[in-house]
Design a protein around this ligand. Structure first.
Ligand code: MN
Length: 274
């Protein structure tokens, strides 16, 4: 048994928590099954717990595994999500949240921004997720960043990997002052600098489907895994929380995308420990 599984040795620095929830996915279910798959890939003997930059995520006291949260009849899932993240933060644990569809980011950010007023968000995605509503759902997985910006929960929102922006979402981005770095303008030497604490939200469909086919909305022309990792490693910021969302195991027949998620977990976790 490695230290990752040893829950008897606090204090920990990071908390891993899964949200098995995909009710707000507009086209396809399946993301609710992602957290156990990401955990299995992360713990797989096929790799180790070291990040590329030399951080050992298997070291004692690094990770507290808070387990998975599932919907409970009679309880609002968003309240469960917000409350569980708030509990981890109050224990001085920096949360890494495994989705689930992207709608979970809104209640997570409600908790994180309360602890870190002036929070910034770095959002990897093919989609801006700024719809006022989609198919009548204001909490659609295509809308969380509209809710976040309306409520003033983020001082700065920077989006990378974007390649599906339409007229409505371009208006929303302007209205909220979102810094959209569209995929067509990507540069491999892009470096982002944040003065305030940063939350990283990583929708796996930011990556090209060639690298991460296990998503509900495959959008060609995306980031390579290498480009995404490079941006995270070059990031100049204090990272206080993160999510990895929209991985759909039903679209991932040979577990390629599960391995990608585990790799992102290591690189993001290492950044949070810096
Ligand atoms: Mn997306």
């Amino acid at each position: 048994m490695n230290q990752f599984e040893d829950v008897s040795a606090p204090p920990y620095k990071l908390a891993l928590i899964g949200f098995r929830y995909d009710e707000n996915s507009s086209s396809m279910k399946g993301a609710a099954d992602a957290p156990p798959q990401i955990r299995a890939a992360f713990r797989s003997d096929a790799s180790n717990f070291w990040s590329e930059m030399g951080v050992d995520l298997g070291a004692e006291g690094t990770f507290f595994d808070a387990g998975d949260v599932e919907p409970v009849v009679g309880t609002e899932m968003f309240s469960l999500i917000e409350d569980s993240v708030r509990t981890l933060l109050s224990d001085n644990l920096a949360p890494i949240c495994l989705g689930g569809d992207q709608s979970i980011t809104y209640p997570i950010i409600r908790a994180v921004s309360r602890k870190y007023p002036g929070l910034s968000i770095l959002h990897f995605d093919a989609h801006p997720d700024l719809y006022d509503e989609l198919l009548g759902n204001h909490h659609s997985h295509a809308s969380p960043f509209a809710r976040i910006m309306e409520e003033g929960l983020a001082k700065r929102l920077v989006q990378v990997g974007i390649r599906t922006i339409n007229g409505h979402q371009r208006e929303q981005a302007e209205r909220f002052g979102v810094e959209v770095i569209e995929m067509r303008h990507w540069r491999d030497d892009l470096t982002l600098d944040f003065a305030s604490p940063v939350y990283i939200s990583f929708d796996v469909d930011a990556l090209d489907p060639a690298f991460a086919p296990g998503v509900s909305h495959r959008e060609p022309g995306g980031l390579s895994t290498r480009q995404a990792i490079g941006l995270i490693q070059r990031l100049q910021a204090k990272v206080v929380g993160a999510d990895i969302v929209e991985f759909n195991p039903r679209m991932d027949p040979i577990q390629t995308t599960a391995a990608v998620c585990a790799k992102l977990l290591k690189e993001v976790g290492a950044k949070m420990l810096k």
